[in-house]
Design a protein around this ligand. Structure first.
Ligand SMILES: Nc1ncnc2c1ncn2[C@@H]1O[C@H](COP(=O)(O)OP(=O)(O)OP(=O)(O)O)[C@@H](O)[C@H]1O
Length: 282
């Protein structure tokens, strides 16, 4: 982890995401599942929000709402000043299992959004051998994969694949990055390495990020803010800033104030799970 502090982008302060009474229910009649209670959530540009909560509480549903992949049953979602449904969004996404195409090299995989997403695709044919390729190589260097541009996905380890996956999510310079447990399938040491990589990328490029995670340490390491959700149907029951200085290190996660934050969040989630179990039993 070695962010070039001289290159830290200035913090941006404009509303990036606004959920107003946004709710989601799936299915009809007896099959109806209320996944998300009416929820308000405001993110400024450049914030890094970690979303935690019991399994099935609606964390991924919030990501999908913000990314325009799920329609709200009620309320409104504004991203970058416009209603989500009103336009195609330029967002980057990464999920637990990297979805790189096996027949393309790492460079070609990362280049893919530039072939598809406007306004890049218009210039793709003209620029692909020059500027776009340089951009891919710069990102690969940022995540320590500069020597692997010509490799195929099957030649890389799980951690390397997830680094490449992050590059692909960022190549079209999205102002919003949606991450759904991107490090969940990795071993603890690789995961901690990837936290450092993710932090470096965020410090340098300052996208607005929403990270869904079950790992409270990860939330505290990466987030500028952590929201805890109640059990389904989810709502936000705790919204705390995380003010530890950056760049954060794994060692910091063992310090008393970090452990205390973890412990407090853990208790909130245990309470939320208990509440839901009591509801089911009564
Ligand atoms: N397409 C769907 N149809 C019906 N129910 C759904 C659908 N998508 C999600 N759900 C339900 O909505 C609830 C919230 O799901 P969601 O995936 O947002 O939870 P989550 O907090 O991300 O869960 P986890 O932490 O286990 O990944 C869950 O009970 C889930 O079963």
């Amino acid at each position: 982890m070695n962010p070039d502090l001289a290159q830290i982008a200035p913090e941006r302060k404009r509303p990036a995401v606004q959920l107003s009474r946004a709710s989601v229910a799936f299915g009809q009649g007896a099959e109806r599942v209320q996944a998300l209670q009416p929820t308000d959530l405001h993110l400024d540009e450049g914030e890094f929000l970690a979303l935690v909560g019991p399994s099935g509480c609606g964390k991924s549903t919030i990501l999908k709402l913000v990314g325009g992949l799920t329609r709200p049953s009620g309320g409104e979602i504004i991203v970058g000043g416009r209603e989500v449904a009103a336009r195609a969004l330029r967002v980057g996404m990464a999920f637990q299992n990297p979805t790189l195409l096996p027949w393309l090299t790492i460079e070609q995989n990362i280049m893919l959004p530039l072939k598809i997403v406007r306004p890049f695709r218009q210039d793709y044919a003209r620029k692909k051998r020059g500027e776009y390729r340089d951009r891919v190589h710069a990102l690969l260097a940022d995540v320590g994969l500069e020597k692997f541009a010509g490799h195929y996905p099957w030649q890389l380890s799980g951690g390397m694949l997830q680094r490449a996956n992050l590059c692909r999510a960022l190549i079209h310079e999205p102002s919003l990055l949606l991450l759904d447990e991107p490090f969940g399938a990795l071993d603890q040491f690789t995961r901690e390495e990837l936290w450092g990589t993710m932090q470096d990328l965020w410090i340098k490029r300052r996208p607005t990020v929403i990270l869904v995670t079950h790992d409270l340490k990860e939330a505290g390491f990466l987030g500028t803010r952590i929201c805890v959700m109640s059990a389904r149907p989810g709502r936000i029951i705790d919204d705390s800033p995380v003010t530890f200085p950056r760049p954060r290190t794994v060692e910091m996660t063992f310090q008393p104030d970090f452990v205390a934050l973890n412990q407090r969040l853990r208790e909130r989630i245990i309470d939320a799970r208990g509440e839901s179990a009591r509801k089911v039993a009564s």
